[in-house]
Design a protein around this ligand. Structure first.
Ligand code: MIC
Ligand code: SF4
Length: 645
């Protein structure tokens, strides 16, 4: 049987399990990445595992999410992360060096390797032919400690890209088309593997835009072949020696297939407030635009911003529009600075932000009330921008730049001849803002500020529970709903008691108080519960408030594992209709949970309604053992023989 790329990489990294879709497999992890918003927890967890130094081939800690430093908390986090990197043998990419996914693609990614990152957009490096997966911080800590990463063997979907992209069509339009067809839950349990003659028109950064937003499909990962384009990109990064060709075998077998004819695509736009509400830009044209943000790990590469500069050159941003541009990395910013493109962007009236996530995660540049914000980022969930009633649309850089000039949503094809950008033969490589680990620092101290609180500890899973439904949600609840980010809340990421107060803050501001008072509770949800980010705070904070079980129609992958990691029981309805029967405030009872988990036969009694619902789980034996141990940290400590330390 001809192997696809995904199966080739998995075969080389398989340490446990069988490659049967849906069955759990254990993968050896070669590289890890963390960022500051998830990294503090990940390194506290790693420290608690009692392992002196990372066991991966390479681990990198990035400072990119919250670089605002409105108070000491944030700066303390950065200092802690730098001390943890030195102590544990980790590369440290300093604030200002760029967004983790962009920098990893440029400087560290290697085709054929596995990468686990405590950020949902880690699959960006799939653009280089890596198998790159996003996970919660605790899973990444376990991988740094040398444990395999466990995930369900994915189905592999072959997305065949045909022909040359139509004028003004870029990677963003291609992934928006995939989202339009498959929706935000269409990728759950799957890896999207791109092939076809259209690949020869897509440079690595364009491919990375596509793999980046595979996260919005809920996919386990997305991957491109490693081919001559990949070799060229790596050579331009001065890393040709790390290049390995990885192509699917002729006649490679896939679980599903999809064809996209690139020459038939039109510029696309995702309407508020979901990345899959995709229509043609031409159908949304004319709406007034108040803000345009060009940046994020999706669209901030050299080629992206060179095209933006060419569109803006000699023109001025519309008087009613605030245009902000955040280059993805220092390498991109330096290149634009030295070839004059940055000056064109500045001259047009754009406001230049540092190379960081910034507005994408609500750290600054919140739009005005009710404003329309066009963004090149990947998520337009309600309130994520920092303004509850803002309307965020997702577009390509070309559509964003065209609209910034006209002040209304504008199809870039109106600009005439498309802009063509060649990647440089050699990028301006400068790793001076990346501090490599040294052998001497293992005895050094972790520097903890007063806002960095110890990890909370929890009791093990009860065999019997009786709790109130403290919240009932609808479908597609995101981790931004469960645990918002943004400039006010991100500084609390290292302080679980404080951050937990914001749990479900935008959905029901009374939730945290009610949960604490109830002394235990259950959440009921719809489809794709917990989609979006990898932030383990969306599981850890509810657990801290006393949530013991979450009962839903279906889960997003990373969030379900995060619930398990912190000992929260993730259950699904056997009969989806039962969802409608439960109301917030009902009291649910479960008995014989431990046996029920093993047999996968559980019942929930609704004491308020006098009805009983069969429920099940999608857990492996290992995940059940983690729940019984009281969470992944306890489980790993037992395995490493470091419990009690
Ligand atoms: C995001 O884009 O939502 C984030 C912020 O990068 C998160 C990580 C986090 O919450 O720290 C993600 O995508 O995993
Ligand atoms: Fe940063 Fe936004 Fe990318 Fe998340 S999606 S890593 S917040 S740029």
């Amino acid at each position: 049987m001809g192997l696809n790329i995904t199966r080739k990489i998995i075969t080389q990294h398989l340490v446990e399990g069988e490659m049967i879709p849906g069955k759990e497999i254990g993968l050896k992890i070669d590289q890890t990445l963390t960022q500051d918003a998830t990294g503090t927890m990940a390194y506290l967890e790693f420290a608690a595992m009692g392992i002196p130094r990372v066991k991966t081939e390479l681990s990198v800690s990035y400072i990119d999410h919250n670089t605002l430093q409105t108070g000491f908390e944030n700066a303390d986090d950065h200092r802690f992360l730098q001390s943890a990197a030195a102590k544990f043998g980790i590369y440290f990419s300093r604030a200002g060096n760029g967004i983790c996914h962009q920098v990893h693609l440029e400087r560290f990614g290697i085709p054929g390797k596995t990468l686990l990152g405590s950020d949902s957009h880690t699959p960006t490096c799939g653009g280089l032919g890596m198998l790159a997966i996003g996970a919660g911080g605790l899973d990444v800590a376990a991988a740094m400690a040398g444990f395999p990463y466990y995930v369900q063997m994915p189905e592999v979907v072959n997305i065949r890209l045909h022909g040359r992209p139509a004028p003004w069509i870029s990677g963003k339009d291609i992934i928006l088309e995939v989202l339009r067809r498959l929706t935000v839950k269409g990728g759950v349990g799957k890896v999207m593997e791109y092939t076809g003659d259209g690949l020869s028109y897509l440079e690595v950064p364009e491919r990375a835009t596509i793999t980046n937003m595979g996260a919005e499909l809920g996919a386990t990962s997305s991957v491109f072949p490693s081919d001559r384009m990949t070799r060229r990109f790596m050579a331009a990064q001065g890393r040709e020696e790390a290049f390995v060709e990885i192509l699917p075998d002729p006649g490679a077998v896939y679980d599903e297939e999809m064809d996209i004819y690139l020459n038939e695509l039109e510029p696309l736009i995702a309407l508020p407030h979901m990345p899959d509400r995709v229509v043609r830009v031409s159908d949304a044209e004319g709406s007034k635009v108040d803000q345009v943000f060009i940046g994020s790990c999706t669209n901030s590469s050299y080629a992206n911003l060179m095209r933006v500069a060419a569109i803006l050159k000699g023109k001025t941003v519309h008087p009613d529009v605030s245009l902000v541009v955040a280059p993805g990395s220092r390498q991109v910013l330096c290149s634009l600075a030295s070839n004059g493109a940055l000056a064109e962007i500045i001259r047009s009236g754009a406001r230049i932000l540092e190379c960081a996530c910034g507005p994408c995660v609500g750290v600054g540049q919140a739009p005005s009330s009710g404003a329309v914000s066009l963004r090149t980022s990947n998520r337009n969930f309600e309130g994520r921008s920092g303004t509850a009633d803002a309307n965020v649309y997702l577009v390509s850089c070309e559509t964003a730049a065209a609209s910034a000039l006209t002040g209304q949503i504008t199809d870039p094809r109106r600009l005439g001849e498309p802009v063509m950008i060649e990647l440089p033969e050699v990028f301006s490589v400068d790793d001076s803002m990346i501090i490599p680990p040294s052998d001497r620092d293992t005895c050094s101290r972790l520097v903890m500020g007063p806002n960095i609180k110890p990890l909370p500890s929890f009791q093990t899973l009860e065999d019997h529970m009786e709790h109130e439904v403290l919240l009932k949600t609808g479908d597609n609840i995101t981790t931004d709903h469960i645990m918002p980010a943004g400039a006010k809340i991100l500084p609390l990421r290292s302080n679980i008691p404080a951050i937990s107060r914001h749990t479900f803050g935008s959905v029901d501001p009374t939730f945290a108080e009610r949960a604490l008072n109830a002394g235990g509770g259950i959440i009921v949800g719809g489809e794709n519960y917990g989609q979006g980010s990898s932030r383990e705070h969306a599981a850890l904070a509810p657990r801290y408030l006393g949530i013991r079980a979450v009962l839903v129609k279906s889960f997003a992958r990373i969030h379900m594992q995060n619930l398990v990691n912190f000992g929260v029981l993730p259950l699904v309805f056997v009969d989806r209709e039962d969802y409608a029967d439960i109301e917030q405030g009902d009291v649910l009872r479960m008995a014989g949970i431990i046996k029920g988990l093993e047999a996968n036969e559980l019942e929930v009694k609704n004491l308020s309604k006098g009805r009983t619902y069969p429920v099940k789980h999608n857990l492996s034996k290992r995940q059940i053992d983690i729940l019984l141990a009281g969470g992944l940290l306890e489980y790993v400590k037992k395995q490493a023989g470091t419990e009690g330390r």
